[in-house]
Write a new protein. Structure first.
Length: 86
């Protein structure tokens, strides 16, 4: 399985590539790391956790319905990720 650093690196790569104006879906990160559907689906939880760590560090923003959410709060439902503007 992919380690936390690899997940964070892929999130940062994709969000940097997309820029601060556009967001990515966490499933894009998972699919970039594995072609196997069962494997990339298992990565979704760890990817969400990695995204929250990166948001707490100020490197990405976690979006819900297009608006940034507090990474210290419980985040449920569909999210997207974008490079932090700061």
């Amino acid at each position: 399985m992919t380690n936390a650093e690899a997940l964070e690196a892929e999130i940062l790569r994709q969000t940097s590539e997309r820029g601060a104006e556009k967001s990515i879906c966490p499933s894009e990160v998972a699919r970039a790391l594995s072609d196997d559907e069962a494997t990339w689906r298992r990565l979704m939880g760890p990817i969400r956790a990695a995204a929250i760590r990166l948001a707490l560090a100020g490197q990405v923003e976690v979006l819900r319905k297009g608006k940034p959410v507090d990474p210290t709060a419980e985040i449920r439902g569909v999210i997207r990720l974008r490079k932090s503007a700061t």
